[in-house]
Design a protein around this ligand. Structure first.
Ligand SMILES: [Ca+2]
Ligand SMILES: [Ca+2]
Length: 163
């Protein structure tokens, strides 16, 4: 499993950014705001669930260590049934540095390649909803979080059929 220094730094700085009340935890409020940046209005139950899935010590909030732990578990075994809702949110936000609620197709491809330890080739791109990506510049075409989630599902299926 690879965990690149650059990713670790990005995670650390995103964690600091999301931790609005600076208590070194991501709690429901922090998560609510993160989701709003993605254009998602989640119910309190949904937010609690997303946290609960990876809240190892059960205190209802996420420490940096708990987040890194789930990241490493998913990276080690990307096709397992480990929860990925939180990671999808965080990895998207890591690249949405201007807080626009979108990332570029190129960034999405990078996330998918890292998640599934598989290079997403130009030939794969036609499987994705982003048909225009193969014809326009992937560095300039931007996608929403919902679109990103759809593509992560497709990338996972592609990986499964090749595994
Ligand atoms: Ca906090
Ligand atoms: Ca916790």
């Amino acid at each position: 499993m690879s965990f690149e220094e650059e990713e670790f730094q990005l995670f650390a700085s995103l964690f600091r950014k999301l931790d609005l009340n600076r208590d070194n935890y991501i709690d429901s409020n922090d998560m609510k705001r993160a989701l709003l940046q993605l254009g998602k209005r989640a119910s309190p139950d949904t937010i609690r669930d997303i946290i609960w899935e990876v809240d190892k010590d059960g205190d209802g909030k996420l420490s940096f260590d708990e987040i890194i732990a789930i990241f490493l578990r998913v990276r080690a075994n990307p096709l397992s049934s480990e929860p990925t809702r939180l990671l999808n949110i965080l990895e998207f936000l890591m690249h949405d540095t201007e807080e626009r609620g979108t990332i570029t197709v190129e960034q999405a491809i990078l996330i998918m390649s890292r998640r599934f330890s598989r290079e997403i080739t130009q030939a794969d791109l036609h499987h994705f909803v982003i048909d225009q990506a193969s014809t326009t510049d992937p560095a300039k075409t931007r996608i929403s979080f919902s679109e990103f989630l759809r593509q992560m599902d497709i990338a996972r299926m592609l990986r499964q059929t090749c595994a």
